[in-house]
Write a protein that binds this ligand. Structure first.
Ligand code: DGY
Length: 324
């Protein structure tokens, strides 16, 4: 029987390639794959294993007549055209759950870094604690402060769990009114923003969340409040955030994600005051990346073997994806 062709469009360790090669004919692409390389490889691919930072658009799916599974490495799938994939009977898979703790840990690290002015203090210490310069201003305690969690899914709940242990009061807002503890639910996004000492974003990026935090929302926040974003950059209207930081309308922000990644050298966010920037490393621990890879491979191999994958975002595509 013919073995399915699996295109591997991200850098993988040898053991991972061998595991896939035990069941498939493997085509490994250079990293990062060019569009031309993807188009060429997709002509015969039945499976595609790809970073969720690589856009897989409708026109790419059109040149993939045999494709049955698009297995993304990551929980977010905003760069994949899921509608076009579903229409073509292609299962789109992702890696939820296994990264929730790592992203929640990083969220707390950023919150603590803002509260304790970690980077200003580290820079001051590295300068040799210069007597001629005043030390950074005092930080603030997490205990007793209100954390507003926007998006109470797996990661939002993992953040809430940690923040409660720090003595924080939780307020959450989600389009699903039963997403978390009802006693902590904010009646509206506006009330959460007005009440919180820190706001953290954990929604996925889709047309209803793009620009969710813009000028109006930032204006609702307390001038002493901070914003943490470990979800997707485009959930925040970045020019409005830069303006709010410059005007001191909020006290600070910590962003693991940006509207454009990597940012252009002249992106104003790079020079905005009171902002901590990280290069999208929410899931970047050895254990979490290994678990994500394991799940992404299992998703790929399951569909190619005609089995229901552990994590599929468009189950309505499965009847066709599994039959071929
Ligand atoms: C995810 O898994 O979506 C993380 O943001 C890394 O891309």
């Amino acid at each position: 029987m013919d073995r399915p062709v699996a295109v591997l469009a991200l850098p993988l360790p040898e053991e991972a390639i061998s595991r896939i090669a035990a069941a498939c004919d493997v085509r490994s692409l250079p990293w990062p794959p060019s569009r031309a390389e993807l188009i060429h490889a997709l002509a015969e691919a039945e499976g595609l294993l790809v970073s969720n930072q690589t856009p897989i658009t409708a026109d790419l799916l059109e040149v993939a007549p045999r494709l049955r599974v698009l297995s993304g490495f990551g929980v977010g799938y905003d760069l994949f055209d899921v509608g076009a994939a579903t229409a073509r009977g292609v299962a789109v898979c992702n890696t939820p759950d296994v990264l929730s703790d790592a992203v929640a840990d990083l969220t707390m690290a950023l919150l603590l870094a803002l509260a304790r002015r970690l980077f200003e203090n580290a820079a001051y210490a590295r300068e040799g604690w210069p007597a001629r310069l005043p030390p950074p201003p005092l930080g603030w305690d997490l205990r007793g402060k209100t954390l507003g969690i926007v998006g109470m899914g797996r990661i939002g709940r993992a953040v809430a769990h940690r923040a409660r242990a720090f003595g924080m009061r939780i307020r959450w807002f989600d389009i699903r009114p039963d997403a978390g503890d009802p006693s902590e639910r904010a009646p509206s996004l506006a009330s959460l923003l007005a009440e919180a000492d820190a706001v953290t974003l954990h929604v996925d990026l889709n047309p209803s969340t793009a620009g969710l935090i813009g000028e109006r929302e930032l204006a609702l926040m307390k001038p002493t409040a901070v914003l943490v974003n470990t979800s997707r950059g485009a959930v925040v209207d970045q020019p409005s955030l830069v303006a709010a930081l410059r005007a001191g309308r909020i006290a600070g922000a910590a962003l693991d994600v940006l509207e454009t990644e990597p940012p252009a050298p002249d992106d104003p966010i790079l020079r905005a005051p009171n902002v901590i920037l990280l290069p999208h490393v929410g899931s970047a621990t050895a254990e979490t990346r290994a678990a994500m890879l394991d799940l992404a491979i299992e998703n790929l191999l399951a569909v190619l073997a005609g089995r229901v994958p552990p994590a599929c975002v468009n189950p309505e595509a499965l009847p066709r994806a599994l039959r071929r």
